[in-house]
Every structure is written in C-alpha cells, then in structure tokens.
Design a binder for this molecule. Structure first.
Ligand code: RFL
Ligand code: PHB
Length: 395
C-alpha cells in the first residue's frame, strides 16, 4: 500500500492555541489583511466552557470595542468603579474612578472566547479544533512549519512566514523555543474557585484577608457569583464538599450587618498559584504570547489582560513586517513586552503576598495588616493599587 505524506498548506501566520491570545491575534491580523491558520487541541465546546478570568482592564475593553467585538460586551459586561479590601473585621472601598478616572469591567473569558470564535468563523477563518500531535519545526529558517493531525486523523503541514505560540503554560511552543532565562515563584497555596447560581451579595468585588486564608467574591452576572478560597497547594478537590466551601466563605467574609447569600454550586476547580516569566519571548520566527510566555497568580486579575496586550502589539509588529517589510517592531516585540510583563508580575506578586496567609507566620501577618492599613488610608498607596489594577500604569 502506498503511504501518502501530510496534506500541505500555505499561510502567513500559523497560530497554535485558540484561547483569547490566539483567537484575538487571528482577528487582528485578518483586519490588517493578513491570513492565518489557528489550531487548537481541545474541542470548541471545551474552549467555550473553560472557567477562568472575569475582569477586564479599561484598555482591554476599549481594544475589543475598537475591533468590532464590543456588542455583547457592552450589553452584558458590568462596569466596576472600585473594589473592597477587607481585613481585621473592616471592609474598605477603593474608588478607582476618583483615584485614577478609570474603571474595570466584569465580562467572563468564556464570553470573550465565544465572541471571538463566532467572529472568526463568520470571517471565514481556518480554525481547527480537536487537533493532535501539534509540532512546530524549522523556526530558524524563513519558512517555519506547523504540523498537526486533524480531528479526522489526517496529518497536515502548514508552511508559514511566522508562527505564534499562543498555547498557554503547558503548550509545546515554549519548549520549541527554549528560554535563555526563566524567573519562577511557586506559591504554597491554590485557589479553589466556585461558580454558584446565586445573586452576588456585593456591588463590587471583595478581596478579603483572613487568618484562615484569602477569599475573593467576584461576579459573573446579576444571577451568578464567582467565589474563590485560598487552600493549601496539597489539597484536593474531594476535600472540599459544597458545605465546607460555604462554611469557609461565610467565615472569611463575615462582617456584622452583611450576609453572604448561598446557592447551588455549578462548577468547582483548583488553580495552583505561580509566577513565571521567560526571556526571550521569541526564537527565530516563533513568537510567544499570553500564558505561553508568562504566568501571574490571579490575585491581580492580569493574565488575560496581558495576553490581550501581547497580541495587540504582536499583530501590529507582524503587520508592519509581513505587510510593509519593516521588521523593527517585530524585533522589539520581546523586550517591549517584557517591561509590561514585569509590571504585572510585580503587582500580582504584591497583591498575592499582601492577601494570602502563611500558617504560623505571625511576622508576615503583622506586615500584611500594616500594608493593608496603609493601602486603605494613604491616597498615594491607594492610587498605586488602583493604577495597576485598572491598567492605567501599564507600559
Ligand atoms: P489559554 O487560555 O491557556 O489558551 C491556550 C490554548 O492553547 C491550547 N493548546 C494547544 N493547542 C494546540 N496544540 C497544542 N499542543 C496546545 N497546547 C495547548 C489550549 O487548549 C488553550 O485553548 O492562554 P491565553 O490565550 O494566553 O490566555 C491566557 C488566559 O487564559 C489567562 O491568563 C487568564 O485566564 C488568567 N486569569 C485571569 N486573567 C485576567 O486578566 N483577569 C482575571 O480576572 C483572571 N482570573 C485567571 C483568573 C486564570 C485562572 N485560572 C484558572 C488559571 C482566574 C483563574 C482561576
Ligand atoms: C474573576 O472574576 O474570575 C476574577 C476577578 C478578579 C480576580 C481574579 C479572578 O483578581
């Protein structure tokens, strides 16, 4: 029997991963007239349901609006002008509008991914779900290759001008482009996240410091709450039945005169907390963006926003290079992005360190309370938090 080789294709930009980074990059490139192929190893349904981020910086919202992705975001997104910081039995409001003249918006990552997939398919994008055996080769040549097997078992080889690795922290692209330097911090705790069918008990997000561990009350819609608990990194989900989750949330958020409403828990997951930065974010013709290049703990709500800013910059750089033959922005991409990544890395580490407790470390506890007191009483300290949180401080 004759053996046939892979099916060959040609595109300008091969994109690995249909998360927010990969999908938005293909959308931005298409608007600039640059064709791409996106391959994703999960199903469309899985990508649209995976619970993750919820909070968008003002700049992220503006960008999505400008590129035609604002319709549902405007109708269903919930604008927030601040957050509450809770500690030592007190709840303090930080007013971002007043401190920075800026706001943030709650609009779930699941919804952004749905909007992007719909827009890409409507635009005729070559978007392959449920692929296997993705590989990138020849990245040090002018014609890097993207290889994959489609959901029907057919092997493909795509010849590209450039490949974008948007395949998240466990993807293959960061392995194909080994880092020269890696900076990493693994925290001794995870976030247990739940999605509950109950109206939020708060008008703004509550970040609560508690000796038992951090808790966050976030919002998905007027009917759905998103709540998180700090748990030891060694815990397993089976150790957290619903009644234990609600008891811990009630205890950590407790405040006289305020009630946390409970409801059915629809989804529950554990996320280990980690900071990770690698350099460079490029090797040859393989560029990394989003979680493939950096990870921040979710306390600062920065991961998705960083991914969006990476691909906005990358799309402009690739448009100049592939469209007009000018490689300067592409050559500057890695260094320019890293400055912004380090700002978000510091802010996320700082929020995490201020709010998560370490059992038995009373010195750390006293430092945290001092820092929280300063952040809620000094206008300068509150403004620093607000600038970083809303993204107005982003480089
Ligand atoms: P993603 O979303 O991980 O997408 C990568 C995609 O690549 C696919 N893939 C492959 N495809 C083909 N071949 C392979 N070999 C592949 N390997 C992987 C994967 O299946 C996936 O579809 O990365 P991207 O696009 O860079 O987006 C990053 C964001 O998802 C992430 O930073 C945020 O979710 C982080 N995050 C938050 N960010 C915010 O800005 N605001 C928040 O409020 C916020 N909250 C959170 C968060 C992340 C959380 N978790 C679960 C990590 C809350 C949580 C709990
Ligand atoms: C969320 O809504 O999922 C969320 C909000 C703020 C964070 C992290 C997660 O800091």
């Amino acid at each position: 029997m004759a053996l046939s080789g892979p099916v060959s294709h040609r595109t300008r930009v091969g994109i690995v991963g249909a998360g927010p980074a990969g999908l938005l990059l293909s959308h931005l490139l298409a608007r600039a007239g640059i064709e791409s192929v996106v391959v994703e190893n999960h199903s469309r349904e899985y990508c649209e349901k995976r619970q993750r981020a919820g909070l968008l910086e003002h700049g992220t919202v503006e960008l999505l609006r400008e590129v035609g992705l604002g319709a549902r975001l405007e109708a269903e997104g919930i604008e927030h002008g601040g957050i509450y910081l809770q500690f030592a039995g007190e709840r303090h409001h930080l007013d971002f509008r007043e401190l920075t003249d800026s706001t943030v918006t709650i609009y779930a990552q699941t919804e952004i991914v749905k909007d992007l997939i719909a827009a890409r398919l409507a635009g005729g994008q070559h978007l392959e779900f449920s692929v296997t055996d993705t590989a990138v080769t020849d990245i040090d040549t002018d014609r890097p290759l993207l290889h994959y097997t489609d959901s029907g078992g057919v092997r493909h080889e795509v010849t590209c001008d450039v490949i974008a690795g948007c395949d998240g922290f466990h993807g293959i692209c960061s392995v194909a482009a080994p880092a020269e330097q890696v900076w990493e911090r693994v925290y001794p705790f995870s976030w247990l996240g739940v999605l509950a069918d109950v109206a939020p008990s708060t008008d703004e997000l509550i970040y609560a410091h508690h000796v038992d561990g951090f808790a966050l009350h976030s919002i998905r819609s007027p009917e759905v709450s998103r709540l998180y608990l700090q748990v030891p990194a060694t815990d397993e989900i089976s150790q957290w039945p619903d009644d234990r989750v609600w008891a811990a949330l009630q205890h950590r958020f407790a405040l006289p005169g305020w009630t946390l409403q409970e409801g059915p828990i629809r989804e529950k997951s554990l996320t280990p907390l980690r900071s990770y930065v690698r350099s460079p974010m490029r090797r040859g013709r393989l560029f990394l963006a989003g979680d493939a290049a950096h990870i921040v703990p979710p306390t600062g709500a920065k991961g998705l926003n960083l991914a969006v800013r990476d691909v906005a910059r990358l799309a402009t750089a690739l448009t100049e290079w592939l469209g007009q033959g000018d490689p300067r922005l592409a050559d500057a991409y890695a260094d320019d992005s890293l400055r912004r990544v380090w700002r978000a890395t510091h802010f996320s580490w700082w929020m995490t360190s201020m709010l998560h407790t370490v059992p038995g470390d009373d010195f750390n506890l006293a430092l945290q309370l001092s820092q929280l007191r300063q952040t809620t009483t000094s206008r300068a300290a509150a403004t620093t938090l607000a600038e970083n949180y809303t993204g107005v401080a982003a480089a």
